[in-house]
Ligand binder design. Structure first.
Ligand code: HEC
Ligand code: HEC
Length: 348
């Protein structure tokens, strides 16, 4: 080897070494704030996960007959082909009604400490009972859901296999538990997880710079943990309230849950995994560009202008939170019978 080549190789390996040190320092900081996704399906409260229950929950998630009209399934607004949401400003539900809020993704939702933009449901099983009954979503009743399920022998078999030993396995509670078990499998390991787990090459230079900015600017003071959010409540507009175009005055967030004045315009710090798949942004769904959403967060939550170059790097980092989507085989659902309640179309 010629001396100059030797020198060159030495310089390259010194650089690689320096980069490795920088990466491991950044990783150590990140590991204090964030956690990688677990490598197995997480355990649930009071709900044992079995293969039978996952399969049943999947069928229920995709079954439009769980709605009064027979049109809307969970997958209508949480489409697993489009990032687990509907990519609409606010969702369209029963009888073409427009709901009040943007649909969040169901991917990785099992790791949120509470569900909904205002955290009003403690877990996914409690959550699943909401949309079925919401007039602007599926507009159904628990009794009609149970009547629909018991009209199809295949569903009775599946509930019996999923809830062995129970006297009446086909119940609204068990409907919700089966969906919760299925949702617990909707996990998307991302390059950022690989980085947290020790792979220096998992993030490119812009993503690495973006991660550093995300921590230095203070985004991570609210967006942290496994889902980079989903685990704490903050006023939207902590420093400066965004305009009514982004934060419509009629939705006061957690105020409706706690009826405490301090909770006016308080929302759950949004979970940020797969965020580049789930435009438009915020509970109002008014912002379509992720870079703009990042800059709004800068002024509203941190009192800081985030310049274009910084916002681009933060957006690059957020891209590293997009993971491998779960592979979903479209389920074949039980056939309805003559006793299956007929779809209804009236506006309620
Ligand atoms: C008509 C559209 C629509 C349908 C149908 C629907 N959802 Fe939702 N879902 C939403 C909207 C909108 C929200 C946010 C509502 C809020 O925060 O007040 C939401 C919130 C959620 C959340 C909370 C996620 C988070 O990050 O907090 C989960 C989980 C969820 N839905 C699961 C389901 C399941 C399971 C079903 C079927 C039983 C279902 N949804 C049916 C629109 C829908
Ligand atoms: C003081 C807490 C706080 C800080 C700091 C903060 N956020 Fe947020 N973030 C929130 C809350 C609360 C929401 C939900 C707002 C709403 O109701 O729509 C949110 C929403 C978001 C959203 C939209 C998510 C979605 O699903 O639509 C993005 C993107 C985001 N934040 C990124 C950032 C970035 C990047 C930073 C740093 C520049 C940051 N946030 C700083 C609390 C915070």
């Amino acid at each position: 080897m010629t001396p100059s080549l030797k020198f060159l190789l030495g310089t390259i390996s010194a650089l690689a070494f320096a980069q490795g040190v920088a990466a491991s320092e950044l990783r150590e900081r990140a590991q204090e704030l964030f956690s990688p996704l677990p490598s197995t399906i997480p355990a649930l409260n009071d709900n044992v996960i079995t293969d039978e229950k996952i399969d049943l929950g999947k069928a229920l998630f995709f079954d439009p007959r769980m709605s009064a009209s027979g049109v809307f399934s969970c997958n209508s607004c949480h489409n697993l082909a489009t990032g687990g949401d509907d990519n609409m400003e606010t969702s369209i539900g029963h009888a073409w009604q427009k709901g009040p809020r943007n649909s969040p993704t169901v991917l990785n939702a099992v790791f949120n400490e509470a569900q909904f933009w205002d955290g009003r449901a403690a877990d996914l099983a409690e959550q699943a009972k909401g949309p079925v009954q919401a007039g602007v979503e599926m507009a159904n009743t628990p009794d009609n859901v149970v009547a629909t399920l018991t009209s199809m022998p295949q569903y009775i078999d599946w509930f019996t296999a999923s809830f062995p030993g129970e006297q009446s396995p086909v119940s609204f509670d068990n409907f919700a538990k089966a969906i919760e078990a299925y949702e617990a499998t909707l996990i998307t390991p991302s390059p950022f997880d690989a980085f947290l787990n020790g792979d220096d090459a998992a993030l490119n230079d812009d993503q690495t710079a973006g991660l550093a900015l995300f921590m230095d600017k203070g985004c991570s003071s609210c967006h942290n943990g496994i889902n980079l959010g989903g685990n704490g409540y903050f006023p939207f507009g902590l420093i400066e309230k965004p305009g009514a175009d982004v934060l419509p005055p009629d939705d006061r967030g957690r105020f409706a849950v706690t009826e405490t004045a301090d909770d006016s315009y308080v929302f759950r710090a949004a979970p940020l995994r797969n965020i580049d798949q789930t435009a438009p942004y915020f509970h109002s769904g008014k912002v379509w560009d992720l870079k703009v959403a990042v800059q709004i967060m800068g002024t509203s939550q941190l009192g800081e202008e985030i310049n274009d170059a910084e916002a681009d790097q933060i957006v690059a980092f957020l891209g590293a939170l997009t993971g491998k989507m779960p592979e979903v085989t479209y389920p074949v659902l039980p056939t309805e019978t003559l006793t299956t309640p007929r779809p209804t179309g009236e506006v309620q």
